[in-house]
Design a binder for this molecule. Structure first.
Ligand SMILES: Nc1ncnc2c1ncn2[C@@H]1O[C@H](COP(=O)(O)OP(=O)(O)O)[C@@H](O)[C@H]1O
Ligand SMILES: [Mg+2]
Length: 235
């Protein structure tokens, strides 16, 4: 049984310029899967095609029983997928609480309870609930972006480089949160440059090169593979 199935997905930013060239991958319910690969390989573009921010030119994306390729972001969100982009993922001049309210715009109702539940998971956000998002540290901002995405109680979370720009300590905290979320049943597909950390917490991984899956397998196998180590793990 798979939660997300991506099959032969193609697309990019303009029709003539294909960035993702027939990518296929899957995520099982409750699984953590990493997507690694060189800069410019199309990892972010692939996540945007899956999440509905870009429209695929070909291929299939299914979430449980629903075919979602080409659906609007909001429809995909209602089916249980949330996406945290790498950048511009919080509203800087709004408070932490207001950002979380924005995360609920698709599904108003019980907003207060949902925010309280997220404050319990992210105590630092509770402390900073009245602070503007732009005043948060990098790690706190990533937590806020993730908490916004969790407002819709997704079954699958797509994360684009959640640890980018964070100190090693903040990155470690963030990976701990990702693992805790996953234990509570949220499946995760994440793009990461910190490949060692990502593979350590992942069950499986894919290596994307030039818009196609070049390697795939159990995360531990990829981590032990000399060619993967040379390319992505610093030898
Ligand atoms: N907004 C955009 N408009 C046009 N091209 C883009 C845009 N964002 C990225 N690209 C191009 O898409 C290619 C893949 O980028 P990206 O998916 O961001 O790679 P990765 O996340 O693997 O580093 C790159 O050649 C990049 O220049
Ligand atoms: Mg990227």
């Amino acid at each position: 049984m798979t939660l997300l199935t991506v099959d032969g997905l193609r697309g990019g930013y303009v029709a003539a310029d294909e960035i993702v060239r027939g990518a296929s991958l899957s995520v099982a319910p409750g699984e953590i899967v990493s997507l690694i690969g060189p800069n410019g390989a199309g990892k972010s573009t692939l996540l945007k095609l899956i999440a509905g921010l870009l429209r695929p030119s070909a291929g299939r994306v299914s979430l449980q029983e629903s075919e979602i390729a080409g659906l609007p972001v909001t429809a995909i969100g209602r089916l249980g997928l949330s996406f945290v982009p790498q950048e511009h993922n919080v509203f800087g001049t709004m408070t932490v609480r207001e950002n979380l309210e924005m995360g609920a715009y698709q599904e108003p109702g019980r907003v207060r309870e949902r925010i309280e539940a997220l404050f319990a998971r992210f105590p630092v956000l509770a402390q900073k609930r009245r602070a503007q998002a732009r005043t948060l540290s990098g790690g706190q901002r990533q937590m806020l972006a993730m908490a916004m995405a969790l407002m819709t109680a997704p079954r699958l979370l797509l994360l684009d480089e959640p640890s980018a720009g964070l100190s090693p300590k903040a990155a470690e905290e963030l990976f701990d949160i990702i693992v805790a979320l996953n234990r509570d049943g949220v499946a995760i597909l994440m793009v990461e440059q910190n490949a060692v950390e990502a593979l350590t917490v992942s069950a499986r991984a894919y290596v994307l090169v030039l818009g196609q899956v070049a390697r795939e397998g159990p995360a531990s196998d990829l981590m032990a593979d000399p060619s993967v180590r040379d390319l992505f793990l610093g030898g």
